[in-house]
Design a protein around this ligand. Sequence first.
Ligand code: HPA
Length: 237
Amino acid sequence: MATPHITADVGEIAPLVLMPGDPRRAERIAKDILDDPKLVSEVRGIGAWTGTYNGTPMSVMASGMGIPSVCIYATELYRFYGVKRIIRVGTCGAMSPNVRVRDVIVATAAHTNSSLPHLFVPDASLSLAPSFSLLHGAGHAAKAVKDVPVHFGPIYSSDHFYLVKPATTEGLIKLGTLGVEMEATGLYATAMAEGGEALAILTASDHLFDPSQDMTAAERETSYQAMVEIAANTLVF
Ligand code: HPA
């Protein structure tokens, strides 16, 4: 059985899913970390790959960009494919002065300017948090990473890449927000609505207030590898 956005048969997607935003990155992660990766869906260029990670079945599937896109794929995976755990692996803009470009952020909460947290229950705004067991697993998995700082804290999912008002960033930074991206809120809300588990682990690809912190190609690589390693080991924890 296929869904409107995924053509894999039920059973062809593993219960554990790594979810980058970018389809090319999904293919690369699948080929880097999975044994025997097979392409099981590619509707709209959103590839889904399934193989094994240290012997455990695992899939890698892209989310596309933005909250609506991640909501579509995550809903179909949890609701129709029996997926239990999804970890988003992506990039974010660092906001906090304590976070440097190339650092890894584990999102312990997702603030947003999206109306999504209001759509599920009348007169209530959902508190969007990850699964505790995944967060706990990430705490353990992060200990094995020595060469990249790993921060745990809230992030901000914006509905617009280019429209982030200075008063918003200032207020969010005062509340300890570490970075800005565009999907974690959608994943956390969908997991809550569908009874699945979710977590977002991010690499700071730029800094909102310090464009001089550009990453070298080598730094990008170590940071990306640390994020993927933490995420894959958390999925199987
Ligand atoms: N804003 C939103 N999403 C992002 C950013 C950003 O600065 N960097 C990486 N993803």
